[in-house]
Design a protein around this ligand. Sequence first.
Ligand code: C2E
Ligand code: MG
Ligand code: MG
Ligand code: MG
Length: 300
Amino acid sequence: TAKQRGKAGYVRYVDGMGEPVLAHMQLGGELRRALDNDEFRVVYQPIVRLDCNRVIGVEALVRWHHPTRGLVSPADFIPAAERTGLIVPLGRFVLRETCRQAAAWLAELGPDALREAGLNVSARQLHDPDFVSDVAAALADSGLPCERLVLEVTESAVLRGQQVSRALYELDRMGIRLALDDFGTGESSLSLLRAFPASIVKLDKSFVDGIEIDDGQPAAADARQAVARAVSQLARALGLDTVAEGIESPEQVAALLELGYTVGQGFYLAEPMTADSVSRLLALQARVPEETRKVSRTRG
Ligand code: C2E
Ligand code: MG
Ligand code: MG
Ligand code: MG
């Protein structure tokens, strides 16, 4: 029935929508071919301390270099990859690549080069009975210590059943850190924080957008500030780290520092970049002692 198909996640594309079905099937086939053809690459967006601009981590983001269509955004193919199940081998590729790269940075630049590397995991991957052992194997093969790996999951992914929570608890037991991604956009953020072994909360970009606008009116900015403050206070009370997402201006940095955030991510701080660019950034940073950086920033 339609309901059962809905659970599998592709009903929207079945009932009386001929064209999307075709597009969907074509994209599915293309993804398979692209994976075999080595068309996927991983870029890394720095995660930065807001008080001194120091890079403390990265988030791995997948990119598809299509031979004719050029660079395809994950927003345009991750949903299809999830529906077709291809997210499992694609996600495994991102996992292995990220672990390998993070271990290489640490070997090259020392243990203080960066604290952790994160990557996104979709619900479909958490449902895969091999997921936990894939993660264990990626860590073992790369030599990356488990506490250096962050797996980002969204609230909706976490809410999907037994298999998923078992996987999450096993990963937590292994010492891997779990981040709740796009926090605040889901349906039951608060109860989830209590029930789920999260270490990090990533405040969604929608709360950061416009957070700096303070015109004294009890308008949207004030509501966003209230949510952002409540999330940072709650996270602190629960012993969780926070990351503010999608920071696009220095005014937002100032507002977020005020609201209790010390770590952030966004185009204003650093855009997603190749591993080579991250290497250069980390190498540069490793040569500048932390204190000097703080002082020079205060002066400038
Ligand atoms: P996400 O995990 O929330 O990742 C953050 C997204 O916000 C990235 O988009 C990043 O480029 C973008 N972003 C970062 N800073 C800013 C900013 O200041 N302004 C704006 N406008 N955007 C910013 P991207 O790379 O296009 O990825 C989109 C989403 O696709 C990700 O959202 C994630 O849910 C998914 N995704 C990306 N890579 C993977 C992957 O390897 N596996 C899975 N399962 N999902 C992935
Ligand atoms: Mg993410
Ligand atoms: Mg996010
Ligand atoms: Mg997001």
